[in-house]
Structures are given as C-alpha cells and as structure tokens.
Write a protein that binds this ligand. Structure first.
Ligand code: MN3
Length: 239
C-alpha cells in the first residue's frame, strides 16, 4: 500500500470518530481517497491493431467480442472486487477479504493474461508468424530441439487443457530455462513462479465462432499471427 494511501486512510479513520464502523460511509470516502492517493482503477487497454487485422487466422468478430466484451468484463469485475476488498480491509473484515480473493484472482488473472495476449499477436503485415531470431531462437532450439518442436509441444499442451485455460511459454529465472506450462481458468503464470513470454488462450470464446469444437485447428493456425518480436522483448526483460 502506498504511503499516500495510508495517509489518506489515516485521515479518514481519524475524522470518522465513533462512527467509524459505518462501512458504507467509509467505503465511499475510501473511493475518493483511493483516487486522491493515485490508486487508479484498471482500464481495458487499446488493441495494438484493428479487430479484423488477424484475419483469416482469427476473425474480426472473435477479436471484437474477445476484447470489448470478455476482457472488458474481467476489468470491470476486477475493479468491483478491489473496491469491495478495500472496504473490507478498511473495516477489518478479514473473512470478507478472504472471500474476495478468488474473484480477484480470476478477474485479475483475466486482465493480466489478455493484456499480454493482444501484444503476443500481430497481423502478418506487421511481422506476425515470422520466426524468432537471435537469443530467443537459440534458447528455443537448445530447450525444445527446434522451433517446430516448440510449436508442436505448445499446441499439444493447449489441446490437453480440460475445460478453460491457457498454455504458456514462460521463463524460469531460477533455472534459466524456458518452460511450457498449461494452467486452468485465468490463473496467471506468476502463480507457478514463471515469467510469461507467450500465452495462448484456449477458452472456447477465443476460437469457437470460427473453429467450432476443433481446438487443435485453432492451435495449429494461431502460429501464423504470433508476434515473436514481442515474445523476444519479454524474454530479454525476463533474463
Ligand atoms: Mn479470453
């Protein structure tokens, strides 16, 4: 918690006096204090390309719904959950704080994961699908044997997710190795101690309108629009 927010909270608590148990009043003041302390609510990031720019690999209809409806819902619900959490924290309601953690994990993970996903993709005209070079290419070859093998293993990982989730290429700082890991729901890769480089969303909302039930076809096609320049930047920053 920032020093500015702590100061703001202390001001509220000291000015509330005997009425400090009025949670509704406090939470309203907290909303103002959070804003004053620079605690911004999360916002849906702009897309780095037009919704239709990834066609024919991913339809504009899928991309528009995925970004403007699904990702927006995670952002909206994350902000609502955090507002409730701050009120619970201010009133010392630990049970409520614990109860809100699942919603924060789910919606916060949804926001974090999709913010990476849009950057991990690029239209073919902007280099989408162009094979990585340099240090990332070397790391992929030494870890997975070849670039083709990485794609095959990651597609298999995504196909194996039961229900909804993601498959990730991550960096393990402790072992200095690349790792492929599938995670359920919206669990971010940080929950298993890895730094996310490339995430592929295998929720049905990511492909169903175009690929119907055939997730492996989506996982075979998406390599045409992967932004390896973005993945390489994340790799360089992670090391
Ligand atoms: Mn999604």
């Amino acid at each position: 918690m920032s020093a500015a927010l702590i100061n703001a909270l202390e001001t509220i608590v000291s000015s509330s006096g005997s009425s400090s148990k009025n949670i509704i009043s406090i939470s309203r003041k907290l909303a103002t204090a959070s804003s004053a302390a620079g605690m911004q609510s999360f916002k849906l990031p702009d897309m780095p390309y037009d919704y239709g720019a990834l066609e024919p690999t991913l339809s504009g209809e899928i991309m528009k719904l995925h970004h403007s409806k699904h990702h927006q819902a995670y952002v909206t619900n994350l902000n609502a959950s955090l507002e409730k959490y701050r009120a619970a924290e201010l009133s010392g309601n630990v049970a409520e704080m614990i109860a809100l953690q699942q919603a924060i994990r789910f919606n916060g993970g949804g926001h974090v994961n999709h913010a990476i996903f849009w950057q991990n993709l690029a239209p073919k005209s902007a280099g989408g699908g162009v094979e990585p070079t340099g240090e990332l290419a070397s790391a992929i070859s030494s870890r997975f044997g070849s670039f083709a093998s990485l794609k095959q293993q990651m597609s298999a990982s995504g196909a194996s997710v039961q229900g909804s989730g993601w498959t990730w290429l991550g960096y393990n700082k402790a072992t200095a190795r690349l790792e492929i890991t599938a995670l359920p729901n919206q669990d971010p890769l940080s929950t298993v101690g890895l730094i996310p480089l490339l995430g592929i969303d295998v929720w049905e909302h990511a492909y169903y309108l175009q690929y119907k039930n055939v997730r492996p076809d989506y996982l075979a096609a998406i390599w045409n629009v992967i932004n390896w320049t973005d993945v390489a930047k994340r790799f360089a920053a992670a090391k």
